[in-house]
Design a protein around this ligand. Structure first.
Ligand SMILES: [Zn+2]
Length: 288
């Protein structure tokens, strides 16, 4: 059986609290032999590390998600620097910029995420544009701190960007040559994929490739060289067809790999060899 890695999973989320061991067993039965649990805050990163200590197949990425930027401490660097010393911490992430739910539009941030928005109960009114500017600035500040830690520790980054492609690329660019990023859940066009590869970074694809309305992503997959991308679920989100709308889990990399192999017109074995090799190069602390 061709084996694959889930390079982006949120295994510390409460969605798995009742059947965690079964979720991991199903992944392994499906040929998904390694999983990277991605941190979204310091607590979440800490939980990812605990899971990595307990399960040989699990590794951790540590970082603070941009949607929760306003809750971040003024300086994330000391805590992250410590965590990076752990042998199973393989990357900084997920980090980046997200302009999808600005305060002026939503009145709250990241409401679909299980980690809750910071603005609940806020009483001090101020102009929405000021709120937006402050939110974007805080995102940029913590992104910068985390890129610095990546450069310092020699780890690569798992990048989250939504409606912020140009700013994210611009902020990552000065680190090119020292730090590589994987633009996770990539949904941009081939031109943007080439801009990402142009600074030595990568993309990764989720279950969106299986969606009926995912043709734009399949077009980008078709244009991406076999050695320039990885596979991920982003679980518990984005379950592929035929599980769309249900809780996602790492085992479903199987369905994602089948669609990607079709689009790339290659065998599952070739896709396995290419994506696992790319993952080992990108996350050198993954054990073969
Ligand atoms: Zn994620």
């Amino acid at each position: 059986m061709a084996t694959f890695y889930d390079t982006h999973a949120h295994l510390d989320y409460p969605d798995y609290k009742d059947d965690f061991a079964e979720v991991i067993a199903r992944a392994q039965a499906a040929g998904v032999t390694k999983m990277i649990s991605i941190g979204t805050s310091l607590d979440s990163s800490e939980r990812a590390i605990r899971l990595a200590e307990k399960f040989p197949a699990i590794y951790a990425a540590v970082g603070w998600h941009p949607s929760d930027a306003m809750k971040a401490p003024a300086d994330l660097r000391p805590a992250l620097r410590e965590m990076c010393k752990h042998p199973k911490v393989v990357a900084i992430g997920e980090i980046g910029l997200d302009y999808h739910r600005l305060p002026s539009v939503s009145g709250a941030h990241g409401v679909t995420r299980p980690t809750m928005p910071f603005v609940v109960g806020r009483v001090t009114p101020c102009a929405p544009s000021e709120d937006d500017a402050r939110y974007k600035q805080k995102q940029a500040d913590i992104f910068q701190q985390q890129l610095e830690i990546a450069a310092e520790t020699g780890l690569n980054c798992v990048i989250h960007q939504r409606d912020a492609f140009d700013d994210t690329l611009a902020q990552l660019k000065p680190f090119a040559g020292k730090v590589r990023g994987v633009f996770h859940c990539f949904g941009e066009n081939a031109d943007r994929m080439k801009q990402v590869s142009g600074i030595g970074s990568l993309v990764s694809f989720t279950g969106i490739v299986t969606f009926k309305n995912g043709q734009n992503v399949r077009d980008t997959v078709a244009a991406t060289p076999l050695d320039k991308f990885m596979l991920e679920t982003d679980c518990p989100y984005l379950a592929p067809v035929p599980y769309r709308g249900k809780r996602c889990e790492p085992a479903y990399v199987k369905e994602i790999s089948e669609t990607v192999a079709q689009v790339k017109n290659c065998s599952l074995e070739e896709l396995s060899a290419a994506t696992c090799k790319t993952a080992h190069e990108f996350f050198p602390k993954l054990i073969s």
